[in-house]
Design a protein around this ligand. Structure first.
Ligand code: NAD
Length: 339
């Protein structure tokens, strides 16, 4: 199969590329990525040594470039990871989120319509469901939960999901959608909670925790997400949405404390900062459908995954030092140092 992976120079897309190169060496992977601040060619260094891997720099919202890529590469499958993905940035500047996440998705779907495709898979998020109250641990997001977005990021992802469903219904494009909970693992960009806390703790910098730190996220090791997408591509039913999550709910404060313990650092580093606007309280996925239909189970316990992740950041300082020394520094100061 010829598989186009958009956004493959980012966190989950790159992990997916490595997963696929190992698991399905007969497939050909073409990574199409704009290389925004979140994309990093160093992440793909090892993939670039493989004969069945190719990188093309391009924007999913650039119609001419996307059509050219379809004509050249003749994909059987498209997996769309490309997105603006950081909620805080969407609050600062929503426009680019609409451009990439909504318009970009529509251009990819148009290309599938024009050239034909065996499967278009949209990588979506549990954030399209909004949030759940902290005092109702019995509630979970199912695939039938109403879309109820809180941030420009989640609204743009929900908009993309609706387009994907509409292209299936109207043009019969063979689509699937996965909505996953929060991921963690190697190559996670330093602005996100877990890498931010590891990197700050390693430098004995303050660990900025939003609000009261009680917000709950449902954490999944990135490799388990990749395995689920691979299963959906091969066995999932066309036109269906699959929620992905491992019933691993933790408050942000618990996650930060676990990281500090792993690194042998003091909890005095924790600093509570002004809460994010519209901050979702709790996400929790009901993964029954992907489990029952496709037999997917997460393979990594949080305790093991977090150890592995902390060790990865210890072993790969050059990767993240390169990022935090550039433009990212200005962003960090604006977000946390001047609050
Ligand atoms: P990321 O920000 O780490 O990577 C995004 C990648 O997309 C980058 O390589 C970037 O260069 C590329 N990109 C951005 N705009 C582009 C454009 N216009 N054209 C082509 N490439 C472009 O994101 P991530 O955390 O790896 O998330 C990947 C996908 O998974 C996103 O669609 C996100 O909504 C979804 N998701 C993420 C999580 C999570 O916890 N990180 C959870 C569920 C779903």
């Amino acid at each position: 199969m010829n598989i186009i992976v958009t956004g493959g120079a980012g966190f989950i897309g790159s992990n997916f590329i490595y997963y696929m190169l190992k698991k399905h060496p007969a497939d050909r992977i073409i990574c199409y990525d704009k290389l925004t601040y979140a994309g990093n060619m160093e992440t793909l260094e090892k993939a670039l040594t493989k004969e069945n891997f190719k990188f093309i720099r391009g924007d999913i919202a650039d119609r001419k470039a996307v059509y050219r890529m379809f004509e050249m590469e003749k994909p059987d499958v498209v997996v769309n990871f490309a997105a603006e993905s950081h909620v805080d940035r969407s609050i600062e500047n929503p426009e680019v989120f609409l451009q990439t996440n909504v318009i970009g998705t529509s251009v990819l779907l148009d290309a599938c319509r024009k050239y034909g495709i065996d499967r278009y898979h949209q990588v979506s998020t549990d954030e399209v469901y909004g949030d759940l109250p902290l005092d109702r641990p019995d509630l979970f997001f199912t695939e039938n939960t109403n879309l109820h977005t809180s941030s420009p990021y989640s609204a743009s992802k929900a908009g993309a999901d609706l387009l994907v469903m509409a292209y299936h219904r109207t043009y019969n494009i063979p689509i699937t959608i996965s909505r996953c909970s929060n991921n963690y693992g190697p190559f996670h960009f330093p602005e996100k909670l877990i890498p931010l806390m590891i990197i700050n703790a390693l430098s004995d910098k303050k660990l900025p925790v939003y609000g009261d730190g009680r917000n709950v996220r449902d954490w999944l090791f990135v490799g388990d997400h990749c395995a689920a997408i691979d299963l959906i591509l091969r066995k999932g039913r066309v036109g269906e949405i699959y929620n992905i999550g491992g019933h691993n709910e933790r408050s942000n404060l618990d996650v930060v404390r676990t990281i500090l313990q792993e690194l042998g650092k003091s909890e005095d580093l924790i600093e509570f900062v002004t809460d994010r606007k519209g901050h979702d309280r709790r996400y929790a996925i009901d993964p029954s459908k992907v489990r029952n239909e496709l037999g997917w189970e997460p393979a990594t316990a949080f305790e093991d995954g977090i150890k592995e992740t902390v060790q990865w950041y210890l072993n790969n300082r050059d990767w993240w030092m390169g990022i935090i020394s550039g433009d990212y520094q200005t962003y960090y100061e604006r977000m946390y140092d001047n609050r």
